[in-house]
Design a protein around this ligand. Structure first.
Ligand SMILES: *[C@@H]1O[C@H](CO)[C@@H](O)[C@H](O)[C@H]1NC(C)=O
Length: 369
């Protein structure tokens, strides 16, 4: 009896000091395997950076965000009914969902879990745009991150070494390139389709620039990269409905361009990894799986991969005045070009903890590197 009486407080004190210890180590960002997630790209991962720009490529109206925790106002402008694959990454890494950097006041916000710089309709090239719709191209996104480092992050670390350590453990996701074909190469060609040589040269030009932007991020301290290839845009309802049934269920002309770029991306990633000392690259193979969503929807629990879940306007956006489909988890596409949260979650799961979609390692493995 006596033993029990004394052991209780001892256990309690031990527990208490353990909690204190862990609280102490939690204030040090180095305790998390991945302290932050920084997102660059286009509408697949945009969290609302276009809201204040002059553009029709915004998703800050209903029914976008309908299934996002906290609804549309919390979703901010994601082109889906809920979370995107990068949001799932953040959640599973124990991080806040990276907010759109344009929608936060850096004087009052207090997060070092990362920001999102992605912009719907943007490309790697500055002149990839649809008519006069504004966007933030990749080069500008990277220079905005440079600003974040100088004006925001620097103040939050004791010294340069701590900041470098934090940046080197953070993951930098880049998901861009599709709009360069749609809103640049193809638009400039008008009715003509580009030749294989033109596609090849254009892909090389894009990848050279992408390499320069990755170098800038590296010089700023980034070491862990996840580079997404271009998804199967030719399988999206936008093109499928326009061109009707095609072999394999997708628009092969569009996908041919994407495949050319994606094939050239593989050796580039190897080159970047060997050029940038201490860097690690994960290649996210979005194309095959997005294509498979459309061809074998039931394999993933979907019943409709041909139609947008929401009702479309003439510009292929969701109509704000009409409700979306009832069972969003059964659709691959939410609008004419963007995946539902359910499809994003499948992608995220496969990249985060499985093999095949993210190579040569999944995100969990990259986190431990
Ligand atoms: C970051 O911005 C500064 C100017 O504020 C510039 O001198 C520097 O070259 C930039 N760094 C990179 C890696 O682009």
């Amino acid at each position: 009896m006596k033993m029990e009486k004394t052991s209780m407080p001892i256990v309690f004190v031990c527990l208490f000091s353990l909690i204190l210890l862990s609280l102490e180590s939690c204030s040090c960002t180095a305790s998390k395997p991945v302290p932050a997630l920084y997102i660059f790209g286009d509408s697949n991962v945009d969290a609302g950076n276009n809201n204040k720009l002059k553009t029709m490529f915004k998703a800050n109206v209903p029914p976008y965000g309908i299934d996002f925790p906290g609804g549309l106002s919390a979703s901010g402008g994601r082109a889906s009914n809920g979370m995107t694959y990068v949001d799932f990454f953040a959640k599973w890494l124990g991080l806040q969902l990276p907010p759109a950097v344009n929608n936060v006041d850096l004087n009052t916000v207090e997060t070092i879990d990362g920001f999102n710089y992605a912009s719907a309709s943007a490309g790697i090239l500055e002149d990839s745009r649809f008519n006069d719709n504004e966007n933030i191209y990749l080069g500008k996104q990277v220079s905005m991150f440079n600003d974040t480092v100088e004006k925001y992050l620097t103040k939050r670390f004791k010294d340069k070494a701590e900041l470098s350590n934090y940046l080197s453990k953070s993951i930098f996701v880049i998901s861009i390139g599709g709009n360069d074909f749609i809103f640049n190469l193809n638009m400039k060609m008008g009715e003509k389709t580009p030749s294989p040589d033109q596609i090849s040269q254009f892909s090389e030009k894009l990848l050279k620039l992408l390499g320069e932007y990755i170098k800038e991020l590296y010089q700023l301290g980034a070491r862990k990269f996840l580079i997404n290839e271009i998804g199967a845009g030719g399988c999206a309802p936008q093109l499928y409905l326009m061109k009707k049934q095609q072999p394999g269920g997708c628009d092969l002309e569009t996908n041919k361009e994407v495949v050319s770029y994606n094939e050239k991306l593989v050796p580039e990633i190897k080159k970047w990894e060997s050029t940038f000392q201490g860097s690690s690259f994960v290649h996210m193979k979005m194309f095959d799986i997005a294509n498979d969503f459309v061809v074998n929807p039931t394999h993933y629990g979907f019943t409709d991969s041909r139609h947008a879940c929401c009702q479309l306007t003439e510009h292929n956006r969701c109509d704000a005045n009409k409700g979306p489909c009832k069972d969003r988890s059964k659709y691959v596409y939410f609008d004419a070009a963007h995946l539902t949260e359910a499809a994003h979650k499948v992608l995220a799961t496969k990249c985060f903890s499985e093999k095949g979609v993210c190579v040569p390692m999944n995100l969990q493995e990259l986190a431990q590197k």
